[in-house]
Design a protein around this ligand. Structure first.
Ligand code: ADP
Ligand code: MG
Length: 745
C-alpha cells in the first residue's frame, strides 16, 4: 500500500507533505536535494530533456533559454504558454511536468508509492483552472483525491496546533500572483468551517515586483539618463532585479542592486523601504478592502475576528503585517511557515474522509428569503444555515491528532445558468448556487420542455461562475442534454437538472426526465466562440415560439366546506390564472366546471377570457349542492375530447369526495385520452387521491389556502403562459432543432 500526500502546487514554489501517523501531524517531504520546497521552474534542454526546480530557477535568473515559470497563472486558459525547441506547452502541460517531478522525488525520498494526493489551488480558482489542475495531475500519474483551497489547507494546519473552540481565523494569503482571504471558524467537535472566501485573481507579489521595477527605472533614468521606455534590454534587466529589491527590503531598510547597464557600465541603484512602501500602499489597500468586504458579507467586524493568519510568500514583506495590524487591531500570526503551511494542511486533508453532499433549494429570484416551495423539487431545504456563531473563545489546546479534525469548505464563486428574464426580453445570469455556499453541494431545477415538431430535441445549458451578466462571467461549459423522451400526455416533459459543486469546487451537471431513475445523456460541448447573442435583447421572433392550441378546463369544488374564504381565494386564483393567458402566443380556450353533488358546466370552452373570468366570478358555494357526491371528469372529458393541441383539466378541491373510486376511474379515462389532469388540493384534501386523479406526481399538489394563487401561477408557468418557464430557440448551431433551456421563477 502506498501513501497519501498533500501537494502545494504554487506559482513560485511547490511543496509535498505527508501525515506522520505516529505524531498525528503532517510533515514536509523534502526533495532529493534536501530542499523542503521546490521552485516551480522548468528548463527545457535542446536534447528534449527537462530540468525542474532550483537548477531551472537559477537558469532562469541567469537568463538562459528554455525556461518556464509562473505558468500557474495561465492554468485553464487552454492556450499555448511557451514553445521550446519546436514543442509547444500549455500551462497544464508544464504543471503536469512539475507534478510528475514532485511525485517522483517524493516517492524516492519516502521509498513509497503515492496512492493519492490532495492538490491545493487558490480559493479563487474557477472551474476551468481547477479542471486544468486535475488533468495536469492525472497526466503526472497522480490520483487526486480532492483539490483543496490553499487558505483552507493553511488554516487546517494551523488549527491542528492551535485549536481554540470558537476561534475565528482570517487567513490572509498573498502569493506570487493571487490574493485570497478566507474566514474560518473552529467549532465544537474539532470541526473547522470556512465561512466565507473572496479574493483577487490579479493581485500578488508580482505587482510589488512591478512597482519595484518602476522605482528602479525611475532611479536609473534620473541618475544616468537611460530610459527603459526605449530599451527593452534595460527593461528586462531591471525587471530581473526587481524581486531581489523586494526581498532585500524584508530584512533591510535599503536595497541595493548592481547592474551592468548597456551603454553606461556598472551602476548601483538604491531603494529604501520607505520609498517602496509609499509606492505600493495602494496594493495593500486593495487587499484590505477585500478583507473588509468579506467581514461585511458576514455582518461582522474585525473585533469578531480572533486571529489573523499570514500565508503566502508575499506576506513576508514587512509592510503586510504592520498594515494588517493597523486595520485589524490584531498582531498577525506568524507561527506558521508560509511556504509549508499549505502543503501540510493538504496532507491532513488527504487522510480525512471525503465530506458529504448537502442539498439546497433553488435560489429565489431576489436571492434572499425563503426558497419557493416547489412541488417539482424533490430535495429538502438547507438545514438551518447559520453562518456565524459568536461565542466565547476557548483555551488553546493542540489537537492530539490532526486527523480528528473535520473541515467544511465553501466555494468562492456563485454558479449560475443563462436564463431569460421574466419579461422574456433579455438573457440573464440566474444564480443556482450562491457564492460561499458550503461544498460539496447539489441543487436541482426542473425545466419544462416542449415537444418540438422538429422531432429530435435537445436541451442546452450554459453554466456560469459569477453573478454579473452572462457575458461578463466565466462561462464554464455548454452542456447538451439529449435523449429526451416525448409523450403527448406528458408535454411538456419535465427535465430535472441537477447542478453540483463537488468537494474540489468542480461543477457537475446531470439530467433526469420526470421521476425516471436513469440519467439522460449529457455531452459537454465547447462554448461557442461567439456568445454575443446572449448580450443582446431577445429577438421577438425567438421569444414567441408558435404555441400549440391549448384547451383548459378549470373544475372547482363548490361544496359547503368551501364557503367563505376558501371559495373566495379559489375564484381569485382562477381569475388570475386566466389573466396569465391574455398574451398567450397561440389559440387558447378555457372552460369552467363547478362540482359538488352535481357537475355543472358553468362556462363551455371559450377564447373570450373576459367572459371566462365573469363566469368564474359568478360561481357560488353550494350552487350544485353542499356535499361531494359528484366528480367533474366526465364533463371535463366531453369538453376536451375533440379539441386539437394540448388539453388539460385542473381540479381544485378542499376535502375528501364521497365516491373517490369512481372519480379516479373517470380521471384515468381522461389520462388515457391524453388529457392532462392537475389536482390542486388544500384544507383537508386527500393527497393520495389527488395523486391518483393527476397525470403524474408533478401535477398534483397539496398547498395552503394562502398559496392557491401561487400554485395556479406555477401551473400557468408550466403550460407556458406569461413569459415564465418558456423555452426559447437557440440559434440553429447544430442543424437539428436545438433548444435552449430558459426559465426563471
Ligand atoms: P504562490 O503560492 O503563488 O507560488 P508563494 O506563496 O510561494 O506564491 O509566494 C511567492 C511570492 O512571495 C513571490 O511573489 C515572491 O516574490 C514573494 N516572496 C517570497 N519571499 C519573499 C520575501 N522574503 N520578501 C518578499 N516577498 C517574498
Ligand atoms: Mg502558495
Amino acid at each position: 500500500m502506498g501513501i497519501k500526500v498533500g501537494i502545494d502546487l504554487g506559482t513560485t514554489y511547490s511543496a509535498v507533505a505527508v501525515m506522520d501517523e505516529s505524531r498525528g501531524r503532517p510533515q514536509i517531504v523534502p526533495n532529493t536535494l534536501g530542499e523542503r520546497i521546490t521552485p516551480s521552474f522548468l528548463q527545457f534542454t535542446e536534447d528534449g530533456g527537462v530540468v525542474v526546480g532550483t537548477e531551472a530557477k537559477e537558469a532562469f535568473e541567469a537568463g538562459e533559454p528554455g525556461c518556464a515559470s509562473v505558468f500557474k497563472r495561465s492554468m485553464g486558459s487552454g492556450e499555448a504558454y511557451c514553445t521550446f525547441y519546436g514543442k509547444t506547452y500549455t500551462a497544464e502541460d508544464l504543471s503536469a511536468i512539475l507534478l510528475r517531478h514532485l511525485r517522483e522525488e517524493a516517492e524516492r525520498v519516502t521509498r513509497q508509492t503515492i496512492d493519492e494526493a490532495v492538490v491545493t489551488v487558490p480559493a479563487y480558482f474557477y472551474h476551468r483552472e481547477r479542471q486544468a489542475t486535475l488533468s495536469a495531475a492525472k497526466k503526472a500519474g497522480l490520483r487526486v483525491r480532492q483539490l483543496i483551497n490553499e487558505p483552507t489547507a493553511a488554516a487546517m494546519n494551523y488549527g491542528a496546533d492551535h485549536w481554540r473552540e470558537n476561534a475565528r481565523v482570517l487567513v490572509y494569503d498573498l502569493g506570487g500572483g493571487t490574493f485570497d482571504v478566507t474566514l474560518v471558524e473552529m467549532r465544537a467537535g474539532n470541526r473547522m468551517e470556512t465561512l466565507q472566501t473572496t479574493g483577487d485573481h490579479t493581485l500578488g507579489g508580482k505587482d510589488w515586483d512591478a512597482r519595484a521595477a518602476a522605482l528602479l527605472e525611475a532611479r536609473i533614468e534620473e541618475e544616468t539618463g537611460l530610459s527603459a521606455k526605449d530599451s527593452p534590454a534595460l527593461r528586462q534587466l531591471v525587471s530581473r532585479s526587481a524581486e531581489s529589491v523586494k526581498r532585500q527590503l524584508t530584512s533591510c531598510s535599503t536595497a541595493s542592486v548592481r547592474l551592468d547597464l548597456p551603454g553606461y557600465g556598472k551602476y548601483t541603484a538604491l531603494v529604501t523601504l520607505e520609498e517602496f512602501e509609499r509606492c505600493t500602499g495602494d496594493l495593500l489597500e486593495r487587499t484590505g478592502a477585500l478583507c473588509e468586504s468579506l467581514l461585511r458579507g458576514l455582518a461582522i467586524t474585525w473585533r469578531d475576528v480572533t486571529d489573523v493568519l499570514l500565508v503566502g510568500g508575499s506576506t513576508r514583506m514587512r509592510q503586510v503585517s504592520s498594515y494588517l495590524k493597523r486595520i485589524s487591531g490584531h498582531t498577525p500570526l506568524s507561527q506558521v511557515n508560509p511556504d509549508e503551511a499549505v502543503a501540510l494542511g493538504a496532507a491532513i486533508q488527504a487522510c480525512l474522509p471525503l465530506p458529504e453532499y448537502s442539498v439546497i433549494a433553488m435560489q429565489p429570484p431576489g436571492g434572499k428569503g425563503e426558497p419557493p416551495a416547489s412541488p417539482v423539487l424533490p430535495f429538502r431545504k438547507p438545514a438551518g444555515e447559520k453562518r456565524f456563531l459568536p461565542g466565547p473563545v476557548g483555551r488553546e489546546t493542540p489537537l492530539a491528532n490532526a486527523l480528528t479534525m473535520r473541515h467544511a469548505d465553501v466555494v468562492a464563486h456563485a454558479m449560475g445558468v443563462i436564463a431569460v428574464n421574466a419579461a422574456g426580453t433579455a438573457y440573464i445570469n440566474k444564480t443556482i448556487v450562491p457564492a460561499n455556499q458550503r461544498i460539496p453541494v447539489k441543487c436541482a431545477e426542473a425545466f419544462h420542455f416542449y415537444t418540438s415538431s422538429h422531432g429530435d430535441n435537445e436541451l442546452e445549458i450554459y453554466v456560469l461562475q459569477g453573478t454579473k451578466p452572462p457575458l461578463e462571467c466565466h462561462i464554464i461549459g455548454k452542456y447538451v442534454v439529449s435523449g429526451i423522451r416525448h409523450d403527448r400526455r406528458a408535454n411538456p416533459a419535465v427535465i430535472r437538472i441537477q447542478y453540483s459543486y463537488d468537494a474540489s469546487g468542480m461543477v457537475h451537471v446531470q439530467a433526469r426526465q420526470g421521476d425516471g431513475e436513469a440519467d439522460l445523456p449529457i455531452r459537454e460541448e465547447p462554448v461557442p466562440r461567439d456568445m454575443s447573442r446572449f448580450g443582446r435583447p431577445i429577438d421577438p421572433a425567438e421569444r414567441t415560439p408558435a404555441a400549440e392550441p391549448l384547451s383548459l378546463v378549470l373544475a372547482v369544488d363548490v361544496s359547503g366546506s368551501m364557503r367563505g374564504g376558501p371559495i373566495r381565494d379559489a375564484l381569485r386564483a382562477m381569475c388570475h390564472f386566466a389573466d396569465s393567458f391574455d398574451d398567450y402566443p397561440g389559440d387558447v380556450r378555457i372552460g369552467v366546471i363547478a362540482v359538488s353533488d352535481k357537475s355543472l358546466i358553468v362556462q363551455p370552452l371559450t377564447d373570450d377570457l373576459n367572459r371566462c373570468r365573469e363566469s368564474i366570478r359568478s360561481i357560488t358555494c353550494g350552487m350544485t349542492g353542499n356535499n361531494n357526491y359528484a366528480h367533474p371528469f366526465d364533463d371535463l372529458r366531453a369538453m376536451l375530447d375533440d379539441r386539437p393541441g394540448r388539453r388539460m383539466g385542473i381540479v381544485l378541491a378542499d376535502g375528501v369526495w364521497a365516491h373517490q373510486d369512481e372519480a379516479v376511474r373517470a380521471a384515468k379515462a381522461c389520462h388515457r385520452r391524453q388529457i392532462d389532469i392537475a389536482g390542486v388540493g388544500f384544507g383537508s384534501a386527500d393527497e393520495s387521491f389527488l395523486r391518483k386523479i393527476s397525470s403524474g406526481d408533478v401535477r398534483s399538489m397539496l398547498v395552503k389556502q394562502s398559496e392557491l394563487e401561487r400554485s395556479f401561477g406555477r401551473i400557468a408557468q408550466e403550460i407556458g403562459a406569461g413569459r415564465q418557464g418558456k423555452t426559447g430557440r437557440a440559434g440553429g448551431e447544430t442543424g437539428t432543432a436545438t433548444w435552449l433551456a430558459v426559465s426563471e421563477r
